[in-house]
Ligand binder design. Structure first.
Ligand code: KIV
Ligand code: NA
Length: 266
């Protein structure tokens, strides 16, 4: 099992080529991931989209994150598990410390992830890390701020945006984060940040130069009928496979009683 110490030293010691992270939301998938060489599991608030059917992650509650986070940890005792703090749970300092403590204890996760690097968020992250709760940072496209950011798009295209992202990354490193998610930023700024900070960067839609990659497992296995993001190349199509197999099962059960199954095939 990885530790924050090993994750931090990963960059300096080059013990691995890349840190592999996948999201997970349920007990049995966690049991499967527990048997793999995966480095870290993220119980992302993307569960709002892919498990609960919400429009955005803004709708996800602390209670929901606690339920799914605990389930994943029960299934993957040997993995380093990170749980997302959901929207609204860390909007003020006191609330953030209280909610982070609660979800950290309830899920038994190894770390929490918070979006953003505004001054009040840096203050919260500093307090959490100094209190012994490891924090993974998350900048670039931060889905909890979708309406404030004005949609889902690639960040870091202008000089001002690049400068801001680099400063945010350095601020989060200084606040004590053990690693940093870069979501939908240009490969150029992702590579620059990766070079400029000592903690591992974990990219999603951020090119190939980051220290690690994170993907939503439902996208990777194509669990849903809809589109998947263009940066994720699915390795399977579980939606179609399940649809086909379950449809066939139902069809077989619908064969009228009294007729031998075998007869229908001849
Ligand atoms: O919720 C999530 O799945 C995430 C990853 C995309 C980084 O935050
Ligand atoms: Na998230």
């Amino acid at each position: 099992k990885l530790t924050t110490r090993k994750i931090r030293s990963f960059k300096a010691e080059k013990t691995k080529t890349s840190l592999q992270v996948l999201t997970c939301y349920d007990f049995q998938t966690a049991q499967m991931l527990n048997e793999t060489q995966l480095d870290m599991i993220l119980v992302g608030d993307s569960l709002g989209n892919v498990v609960l059917g919400y429009d955005t992650t803004v709708e996800v509650s602390l209670e929901e994150m606690a339920i799914f986070g605990a389930a994943v940890k029960r299934g993957a005792p040997n993995k380093f598990v990170i749980v997302d703090m959901p929207f609204g749970s860390y909007s003020t300092f006191n609330k953030a410390i209280e909610n982070a403590t609660k979800i950290y204890q309830q899920t038994k996760a190894e770390a929490l992830k918070l979006e953003g690097a505004f001054p009040h968020q840096l203050e919260i992250i500093t307090r959490l890390t100094q209190s012994g709760i490891p924090v993974m940072g998350h900048i670039g496209l931060t889905p909890q701020s979708v309406h404030q950011q004005g949609g889902y798009y690639t960040h870091g295209k202008t000089d001002a945006d690049k400068e801001r992202l680099l400063k945010e990354a350095k601020d989060l490193e200084a606040a004590g984060c053990f690693s940093l998610v870069l979501e939908c930023v240009t490969e150029e700024i992702a590579n620059l940040i990766t070079k400029e900070i000592s903690i591992p960067t974990i990219g999603i839609g951020a090119g190939n130069g980051t220290d690690g990659q994170v993907l939503v497992i439902n996208d990777l296995l194509k669990m849903g009928p809809g589109k998947y993001p263009n940066f994720c190349k699915p390795i399977a199509n579980f939606y179609d496979l399940k649809l086909e197999l379950v449809s066939k099962y139902i069809q077989d059960k619908k064969i009228p009683q009294g007729i031998d199954n075998a007869d229908l095939h001849h």
